[in-house]
Design a protein around this ligand. Structure first.
Ligand code: 13P
Length: 246
């Protein structure tokens, strides 16, 4: 079986999506990249029934290497992230409720809390496009420029990381920040932090390590480059932290 450890990792986190309140039913998808192969959840499949054998393995060009079921409809979006961010080794897409609510009314989640530095600063909302479309993949790659997460307009969230644990933690953080924004906005206009402060925090986080309970430091973490720029050919040699399946 190709990518056995990565498939097990995908299953472990996929089964957390519903209990963590990040999706309903079969919504959302996860992937882990290893070299030129990607382990990704199958489309519209009940997470309770998911096993490593049912995870799909595809190439970075979208070709199917081993897939007992149809891969997620969001393959273009996942591959778009791997193309834009050479160091990305995991992508998480959810329909987290607070983030999804916010994605229907704002163009950006502003810097109302210092922890947004973990996501690279204010989080953009990628313009709406039909799920699974190349247009959505392009909008998302653009929204991720210089960031590690984005909101998908009238849809949900996306986050990437050097590990699946990091991508998942960023997703939880994005949902928490979205809830915070919603709640503070009910009380009045939230005071926002300046860009310089967010940069300072990002540097501090990268020096000291992540706050307790959050993902590894990422102030200097890889962020998405502008879409359309040539992908560095050194991609295979890019620094990667492997996550050992537990
Ligand atoms: P898949 O079930 O095809 O992965 O799609 C779910 C989803 O969230 C679409 O955006």
């Amino acid at each position: 079986m190709l990518l056995g450890p990565e498939r097990r990792l995908v299953v472990r986190y996929a089964k957390r999506l519903r209990p963590d309140g990040l999706v309903v039913l079969t919504a959302g998808n996860l992937s882990v990249r290893s070299g030129d192969l990607v382990a990704i959840t199958p489309g519209s499949f009940d997470y309770d029934e998911l096993t490593p054998e049912r995870i799909c393995v595809i190439g970075l060009d979208g070709s199917v290497a081993e897939a007992p079921l149809a891969p997620s409809s969001e393959v273009p979006m996942h591959l778009g992230v791997y193309d834009a961010v050479p160091e990305a080794c995991a992508v998480v897409h959810t329909h987290a409720p607070f983030a999804s609510a916010l994605s229907t009314v704002v163009d950006e989640l502003p810097a109302l809390h210092y922890l947004i530095a973990e996501l690279g600063g204010p989080v953009r909302v990628a313009p709406y496009a039909t799920f699974g479309s190349n247009e959505l993949a392009e909008n998302v790659a653009r929204a991720l420029e210089g960031r590690t997460a984005a909101l998908l307009g009238n849809h949900g969230t996306i986050a990437f990381g050097e590990t699946l644990e990091q991508a998942y933690s960023r997703t939880l953080l994005l949902e928490w920040l979205s809830a915070l924004y919603l709640r503070s906005s009910l009380l009045g206009a939230p005071r926002l932090l300046a860009g310089e402060e967010i940069e300072l925090v990002a540097r501090k986080l990268s020096r000291k390590g992540a706050p307790a309970g959050s993902s590894p430091p990422s102030g200097s973490a890889p962020r998405a480059r502008a879409p359309g720029r040539a992908r560095p050919r050194a991609r295979a040699a890019a620094p990667r932290r492997r996550e050992s399946p537990r």
